[in-house]
Ligand binder design. Structure first.
Ligand SMILES: [Zn+2]
Length: 81
């Protein structure tokens, strides 16, 4: 009797782990587009990485800049002269 109960509990635990693992895999594969999206470091709007310029500052910091922010920085620099 005890062995049967332990066996049933074991099967339930295995099933739960399987279902959780399966859900995790589905979740990861759900939005492959989000992998290629980053927020602009200035305006915080999310863009596809192909629309952003990426710069590494220091060892770990990655910064992304969108076209309109780069444009406004450029205009600000020009207006100084
Ligand atoms: Zn921006």
């Amino acid at each position: 009797m005890t062995v049967t109960i332990l066996a049933i509990i074991f099967i339930i635990v295995v099933l739960v782990i399987t279902v959780l693992g399966f859900k995790a895999v589905i979740k990861q594969g759900k939005n492959p587009e989000d992998i290629h999206k980053e927020k602009c470091s200035i305006c915080r709007v999310q863009y596809h990485t192909s629309q952003l310029i990426e710069r590494q500052i220091g060892d770990h910091h990655l910064y992304f800049f969108c076209g309109s922010c780069i444009n406004s920085l450029h205009n600000e620099l020009i207006s100084k002269h």
